[in-house]
Design a protein around this ligand. Structure first.
Ligand SMILES: Nc1ncnc2c1ncn2[C@@H]1O[C@H](COP(=O)(O)OP(=O)(O)OP(=O)(O)O)[C@@H](O)[C@H]1O
Ligand SMILES: [Mg+2]
Length: 407
């Protein structure tokens, strides 16, 4: 698909360049031809008016600017031939006959290897026919055509190389986005396949045992319910990401109390933490305000706390800190848990990325939490990064520059 697009882009560039070059060179050709015609005509008119030319030395060849004439009297006999004429007296009758036959007062005739322009003007004694050699003009025009062809070929080669380079550069982000999208759809289908398979298998068992009561088949129906819930969660996450991709800034922006939002986001996790023996410490500076979507910021905090609790054990601590220094708001969610190996750190914000795949499968995790968190932070023009050491813990840091946020 991209190969075809690249070829099309290059072809369009080549066709456009060819059209431009052909127009320019045709213009130059026509202008030069017209100017040669005009200057020859003017020279011939002048010669016809002056009626005499300085005698040229016999060994001298005719130059492009030279004109010569033949005067004929009323009876058609040759009266005088200019001394620089290349037409001999013998052959002059043939030439004159041809010109008179043409019945035009100016034109072009061939004499031996020469192409001669002529101009015929009536005079009191008869008429004068002035000639100018055209071969020099033809040579210049022939060279112009050769140079034009050469310039066209060189330009087209250069345009081809430049277009190829530009097409590669400009299509690269599109190709990356396309590949990402393809991987996203493939991962999403893969994630949906597992719950669907579980649902189908469990429903098959129930249908195979129609005579048994719902109560006795509670286990299979429970599995169906669990997987349906899991699927709903996944579809919601997918929808969220798809919407963030299509409209980065189309959500409503209001100034809200970020401090309260953070405190409210921590509360639902307190019971879970107590149950698991994890200590939650919340250090939130009061009355920090942010312009954005409160619901999404709460979702961001929840994702980070959820991860922190999932990856810590009894006795560990999860700390949520919110501070504001000048116009910079910083939210950190840190834990004293297992940490993330260094080689995974750059990938954990990718969609569907899980450090421990089998564990994620067991826990029903999709690897979408942090990519959603990143979307939310970017929607608010902020940045999110992570510091982690295996065995010591992890810290996620979110920074918003309030001056920059959604003006
Ligand atoms: N606080 C943390 N400590 C250790 N590892 C973490 C922490 N937060 C995230 N991770 C690692 O980063 C990976 C990606 O996290 P993310 O939240 O995107 O996905 P998930 O938690 O596996 O699934 P989901 O959030 O979609 O249910 C996780 O698989 C986990 O291994
Ligand atoms: Mg998560």
């Amino acid at each position: 698909m991209f190969r075809k697009l690249k070829i099309e882009l290059i072809l369009i560039n080549l066709i456009l360049t060819s059209l431009v070059l052909i127009t320019i060179f045709s213009g130059i050709y026509i202008l030069m031809k017209k100017s040669f015609d005009h200057s020859s005509y003017m020279r011939m008119v002048k010669t016809a008016e002056m009626e005499n030319l300085p005698p040229s030395p016999p060994e001298r060849n005719l130059t492009p600017s030279d004109s010569f004439f033949i005067k004929i009297d009323r009876s058609g006999a040759v009266r005088e031939i200019s001394s620089n004429s290349i037409i001999t007296r013998d052959s002059s009758y043939n030439v004159i006959e041809k010109i008179l036959k043409d019945n035009k007062d100016k034109g072009i005739i061939t004499y031996k290897s020469y192409k001669l322009r002529y101009l015929e003007i009536a005079k009191p004694y008869g008429r004068i026919i002035v000639f100018v050699d055209k071969s020099f003009d033809n040579e210049v025009l022939r060279r112009l055509i050769m140079i034009s062809i050469l310039v066209c070929i060189i330009s087209l080669v250069l345009v081809f190389i430049i277009s190829l380079f530009l097409a590669n550069v400009s299509l690269k982000p599109v190709m990356t986005a396309w590949e990402r999208q393809k991987a996203f759809v493939a991962d999403a289908s893969h994630e949906l396949r597992t719950p669907l398979a579980v649902i189908t298998t469990n429903l098959d068992i129930v249908l195979d045992n129609r005579e048994y009561s719902v109560e006795s088949q509670k286990k299979w129906l429970g599995n169906v319910k669990l997987e349906t819930t899991r699927m709903t969660k996944l579809i919601e996450a997918l929808l969220f990401i798809a919407r963030s991709d299509s409209s980065k800034t189309s959500f409503s922006k209001n100034e809200f109390n970020l401090s309260n939002a953070v405190v409210q986001s921590v509360q639902p996790f307190e019971a879970v933490a107590i149950q698991s023996g994890i200590k939650i410490i919340s250090k939130v500076e009061p009355d920090i305000f942010l312009k954005g979507t409160e619901g999404r910021i709460k979702q961001l905090i929840a994702i980070l706390i959820d991860n922190a609790i999932k990856h810590t054990r009894s006795g560990d601590t999860v700390t949520i800190k919110t501070t504001m220094v000048k116009s910079r708001i910083q939210i950190t969610v840190s834990d004293t848990g297992e940490g993330i190996p260094r080689e995974h750190l750059s990938k954990i914000f990718d969609r569907f990325y899980k450090v421990d795949k089998s564990r994620a499968k067991r826990e029903g995790s999709f690897g979408l939490g942090l990519s959603i968190a990143k979307c939310i932070v970017e929607e608010h023009n902020g940045i999110i990064d992570v510091l982690s050491e295996v065995g010591k813990g992890t810290e996620f840091r979110v920074v918003f520059e309030t001056k920059k946020v959604l003006q």
